[in-house]
Design a protein around this ligand. Structure first.
Ligand SMILES: NC(=O)c1ccc[n+]([C@@H]2O[C@H](COP(=O)([O-])OP(=O)(O)OC[C@H]3O[C@@H](n4cnc5c(N)ncnc54)[C@H](O)[C@@H]3O)[C@@H](O)[C@H]2O)c1
Length: 327
């Protein structure tokens, strides 16, 4: 029997890769996918070109805060994978209202409609940033929430709302908390595509503070693998961390990007640090590994080289986005 999956935010970076994978040759084959996406600056219909003609695909342009639309769509679907969000920390520092609206109110609108429609499985895609910052060791899923930016606070709020529907109403909600993703189709305001595209254009790149902030990098293929394991084999009410196993300081990352793009440190400009900049993120992925068999497969250097090559080959994709966003 075909499982009808509603994917929110499916025109964005990670959501579109999830949809392309679900409907591609590696996908499960017995699914139909509807993308619900508002097509904000970060949502790009071109990200879905590969599946546009697929008989099991549909795109609905709309807002996850629109209760009538969401209610109608829920009634036609079996499962939900919820990616839609305002996702850029710097924008949330400039102003958090849209983050609260989409990430908190939008998630509530979806989860409430999912409960009323009797949705079978609701996967809520969250972030490791909800745990705050950690100097040593790694967070297990049981660590308390301690978000520091308006973005991560809005995501932490949405996690709690989603989980409350499991505890209160018995809705099958599964939460994933992943580390920093990288790969193709990544909007060029985020550090890796921003640095690559600047360097390919012979421009300088802005490095925050002392460059010592550490992130764990996760390739989108591995993230999608983790989400599929959670959707198909995860348990109701559980939280699963998903990581890539490659921790790098921003300085180390910059060196790799300079090497990959044939540039040197003359191309780097140290800029005032981001306000409240979390020093280090690190997720403990033991649970998803032992319970669901998750293991990140993509070697970071290989993944990064492929990503740089993709940006070299797809100027037509990113140049208009940079022009429009004045990046
Ligand atoms: N990119 C990362 O490194 C990362 C890391 C951890 C967690 N996450 C989470 O993964 C999810 C996807 O991230 P991404 O990087 O693909 O984000 P993205 O910004 O590339 O895409 C977000 C998508 O959501 C859509 N959207 C925004 N507001 C909407 C609304 N009100 N209604 C409907 N659609 C709306 C946008 O149009 C866009 O297509 C987010 O929930 C994010 O918090 C991302």
């Amino acid at each position: 029997m075909t499982t009808k999956i509603l994917v929110t935010g499916g025109a964005g970076f990670i959501g579109s890769h999830y949809v392309r994978t679900l409907l591609g040759p590696e996908g499960p084959g017995d699914v139909a996918v509807t993308v619900l996406d508002k097509l904000t600056y970060a949502g790009n219909p071109a990200n879905l070109d590969a599946v546009r003609g697929h008989a099991a695909f549909a795109l609905v342009e709309g807002d996850i805060c629109d209760a009538d639309l969401v209610g109608r769509l829920m009634a036609e679907h079996d499962e939900v994978v919820h990616f839609a969000a305002e996702s850029h920390v710097d924008r949330s520092i400039d102003g958090g209202a849209e983050f609260v609206r989409t990430n908190v109110v939008g998630t509530h609108t979806l989860i409430d409609a999912a409960h009323r429609s009797g949705i079978d499985v609701f996967v809520h895609v969250s972030t490791d940033e909800v745990y705050g910052s950690i100097d040593e060791g790694s967070w297990p899923e049981t660590d308390p929430l301690a978000p520091n930016s308006p973005y991560s606070a809005s995501k932490a709020s949405s996690d709690l709302i989603a989980l409350s529907y499991q505890r209160t109403h018995g809705l099958d909600v599964r939460v994933t908390r992943c580390s920093n993703n990288y790969g193709h189709h990544h909007f060029p305001e985020k550090v890796i595509p921003l640095f690559i595209t600047n360097l390919l254009d012979g421009k300088r790149v802005p490095l925050y503070g002392d460059g010592g902030n550490v992130r764990d990098w996760l390739h989108i293929d591995d993230h999608v693998q983790g989400i599929e394991l959670v959707r198909t084999k995860g348990r109701a009410g559980e939280i699963y961390n998903i990581g890539g196993g490659t921790e790098l300081s921003n300085k180390e990352l910059t060196q790799l990007l300079l090497d990959a793009c044939g540039a040197d440190w003359d191309s780097v400009e140290y800029v005032t640090d981001r306000k409240g900049h979390d020093r280090r993120y690190s997720v403990d992925c033991t649970k998803i590994g032992t319970e669901l068999g998750y293991e990140p497969k993509k070697d970071f250097k290989v993944g990064l080289a492929e990503t740089v090559q993709w940006y070299r080959d797809h100027r037509d994709w990113w140049e208009p986005l940079k022009d429009k966003a004045a990046l």
